[in-house]
Design a protein around this ligand. Structure first.
Ligand SMILES: Cc1ncc(COP(=O)(O)O)c(C=O)c1O
Length: 491
């Protein structure tokens, strides 16, 4: 494993080492029982003192991630979340292969969520609410008439018919764009990755909301960017703080999820949207506007996207259809203009020579003819689930627990009293078959967060209600217990 140490950082070297190792352990990439390199070996590898490595190992031990025994070394302890094991093959040699993975949290979160009975972990919609049968039927019709779909390479930028349909879709949402300014990608994740690999290099400053979407953090840090996270309030990213920081750390790129932000659910106000655009224009930096949720509003329509006001090509807008239509198709579109778009298409060509034509053609009839009606039904269904989630929290959550009530999207961002040990809550919840996203993975520095994210869209209403109730009662148990523990010395 490559441990990237930043010697000028204010974060101490031992904590940087501990953080990288902790990520590997928590994600399951360093399995239970793995022996960590000896203090002497790691210190010479990283050109740091043995004391620094010893302190890093002590830090991991205090987090219960490793156990160290005098004379025997340090071993990865039992994971909080059980991870998949591969038979009896001895693959231990693989641990000596150096890799350049920055964090493995996204992989861990997706992996884990598949097992839970009460799956509140992943921001996805329950399969029953998605038009999968219709899309399969469309695919069957398509493959019986058009075998070219499989016998040819498609255009790097995507199927021209699909891009026309996407352009109409975005025009209806106030984004003045033509098909030539659209690129079809394998989900929004690939869109973010293409922008990063095209425009972000080591040391470039990337601003993001704090907290933000885990997968985007991993993409930008893997490019060696200097990721700076900007606090949020109920109006979204604090543009006043951002503006001040830009003076000393000019931005290369600002990544934002302005509408029903993941994980908080907050929507950036119109005034702040305009401020962001002004900032991008004065620094000639890019804004990446990631917008998977704007059609999922449960009260009023959200403000128009930042892209809708962009007349100077500063905004790269990413619209995922994988979330709301068919995640398995892996289809999103990226809207950009001028040479920014040309360079993104060039990046797409070296990445995968274009997205699969079969899935693009398969989605075409649905997106062209039935998408708007689908959104109407989806909004009704998800509005109901959000109501169930909020009512259940109101009724059963201990009074010290608070949350932001979103008006759209898929998530509720819950603040727990700082006394709650979230890894411990995770272990307890896992035993009950409940999964949630610990807030800490939504911060670039793995900052400690007293939040958790609950997605209310994957479970049906009954499951949502009973799972949340159980989770609230676990929280109650922890808080009751912590009161007893706290009171002990007084007694
Ligand atoms: C804000 C945000 N952007 C991008 C993605 C990735 O989406 P896709 O499935 O389209 O790659 C997600 C998935 O959770 C997300 O929440």
């Amino acid at each position: 494993m490559h441990i990237d140490l930043s010697r000028n950082s204010s974060v101490k070297l031992y904590l940087q080492i501990a953080k990288t190792l902790a990520d590997r352990i928590q994600s399951g990439l360093l399995p239970q029982g793995t022996k960590l390199p000896s203090v002497r070996h790691l210190s010479s590898l990283l050109a740091v003192s043995p004391v620094t490595v010893s302190k890093a190992y002590a830090e991991l031990e205090s987090m219960n991630l490793v156990t160290c025994t005098q004379g025997k070394g340090c071993y990865v302890a039992e994971p909080s979340i059980p991870v998949h094991r591969e038979g009896k093959q001895d693959l231990s040699w693989q641990m000596s292969l150096i890799d350049y993975l920055p964090r493995a949290q996204l992989w861990r979160n997706f992996n884990h969520s598949r097992r839970a009975a009460y799956s509140f972990h992943i921001a996805a919609i329950q399969p029953e609410l998605l038009p999968t049968r219709e899309i399969i039927a469309d695919t069957q019709r398509l493959s019986s008439v058009n075998s070219d779909v499989l016998a040819a390479y498609g255009a790097f930028e995507g199927d021209s018919e699909l891009r026309e349909v996407f352009a109409d879709h975005l025009n209806e949402r106030g984004i003045p764009i033509v098909a030539e300014q659209l690129l079809v990608t394998s989900g929004a994740q690939q869109g973010i990755d293409l922008v990063a690999r095209t425009f972000v290099g080591p040391g470039d400053v990337v601003y993001m909301e704090a907290p933000t979407y885990t997968g985007a953090i991993d993409v930008f840090t893997s490019r060696g960017a200097k990721v700076i996270m900007i606090p949020m309030d109920e109006e979204g990213m604090r543009t006043d703080i951002l503006t001040r920081l830009c003076d000393t750390h000019p931005p290369k790129l600002i990544y934002t999820i302005p509408t029903f932000h993941n994980p908080t659910g907050i929507t950036l106000t119109m005034t702040r949207r305009t401020q962001l655009l002004d900032l991008a224009q004065s620094y000639h930096c890019l804004i990446v506007e990631d917008d998977p949720f704007s059609d999922l509003y449960y009260k009023t329509k959200p403000p128009l996207s930042i892209k809708a006001h962009d007349q100077s090509g500063h905004v790269v807008y990413i619209k995922s259809f994988s979330k709301t239509v068919a995640p398995g198709c892996r289809i999103a579109c990226v809207a950009a203009t001028g040479s920014v778009m040309d360079r993104l298409v060039a990046a797409k060509s070296t990445t995968d020579l274009g997205s699969p034509l079969l899935t693009q053609k398969a989605l075409l009839p649905f997106i062209r003819n039935r998408l708007d009606q689908h959104f109407v039904t989806l909004r009704e269904q998800l509005r109901d689930r959000l109501t169930v989630a909020l009512n259940t929290l109101h009724r059963y959550a201990p009074p010290e627990v608070t949350w932001y009530a979103p008006e759209g999207g898929l998530n509720v961002w819950i603040k727990l009293p700082s006394i709650v040990d979230i890894p411990e809550l995770e272990r307890m919840a896992d035993r009950e078959g409940i999964s949630f996203l610990p807030g800490t993975v939504c911060y670039a520095g793995g900052m400690d967060s007293s939040h958790i994210r609950i997605s209310f869209s994957y479970a049906d209403k009954e499951t949502l209600k009973s799972g949340l109730r159980k989770l609230c009662s676990l929280l109650g148990e922890i808080l009751d217990h912590s009161i007893i523990v706290e009171r002990k010395p007084i007694l």
